[in-house]
Design a protein around this ligand. Sequence first.
Ligand code: NAD
Length: 357
Amino acid sequence: MKTLVTGGAGFIGSHLVDLLLSEGNEVCVLDNLSTGRVENLTHHEIELSSRVITRDPVDSTGFLTPKKDFGIRNDNLSKIQFHKVDISQEGEWQNLFEGIDWVFHLAALADIVPSIQRPQDYFRANVDGTFNVLQAARKFNVKRVVYAASSSCYGIPSQYPTPEVERCDPQYPYALTKYMGEELVMHWAKIYQLSALSLRFFNVYGPRSRTSGTYGAVFGVFLAQKIAGRPYTVVGDGTQTRDFTFVSDVAAAVLAAAKSNQQAKIYNVGSGKSISVNRIVELLGGDKLHIPKRPGEPDCTFADISKIQKDLDWKPKVSIEAGVAELLKNIDYWKQAPVWTAEKIAEQTKDWFRYLK
Ligand code: NAD
């Protein structure tokens, strides 16, 4: 299949690219590298776009300059076409959808605090970006669009495990914009018969998770603290539980969605288990300290995955113990990650407490 992955240089996107290539598909990656890293893909051969295909005002060149020593060159390795584009703006990049069979739309801004501080950026990337992707997919009659939605749409759910029919009640702009993106996808499926599915990911973790920028997901924070010999900053009393889903399981679910004949449906993608933050600390080993509980966050995330198991014949394979062991094997990756202290977190999350109730 000819496939196109938006956000393919990011954490989940790069694992999806690995899987698509391993099954012999052609892969074209679109990413503006705002949070993604080309290094996430350099174990494959990469063909860089050789012309300006973006109107990104920030980057006047619009493409990366090929370097002689760029990645590992080996004829046996599969090749990716990479285009540095900003999907939040319409542009020539949309012509890259011509001849594409499957579009995987993962590009998004994906942090909570900056979404509260810069809602416009989140709207542009996650809502306008999704609109632009859908319009291109429609224009070139792509066979399938798979959208990376977020379980954050549920807000504080009333049922555990949480089924897809739970009411959506986003608690912060990131969650809202991802949900609006999903609504667009479902609307395009209904009105224009675009063949599309939306997958709501629950707390994805694994190698290459984002380390840069703002205060992020728990594993990145804890692994950097472990390397630095600092205590883990546990939010609240640590009894809150999360449905941690290993990234290779998520990539497999996304591929299963592309291959299926289902249409215009929404699926949870989770491990189907909910693990406490205290248990994660036990698995990682080391001291912890507690920081204040934050508003707008559920005490539990726990996916009901019966629908995806039945319709897509997908189930998660990686246990939390095996997933954490895999992270610890690759712990050097987090050497470059910021080491968060309770004070720095308090400073960084001020707007969280200010705006969310
Ligand atoms: P990530 O930040 O590693 O990946 C997002 C990628 O999108 C990055 O490579 C970034 O550079 C790119 N991007 C952002 N804005 C762009 C733009 N305007 N134009 C082009 N590229 C752009 O994050 P991730 O964790 O891999 O998330 C991937 C997707 O999965 C996102 O849509 C996110 O909302 C969704 N998701 C992730 C989780 C999770 O736990 N990681 C949970 C639910 C949903």
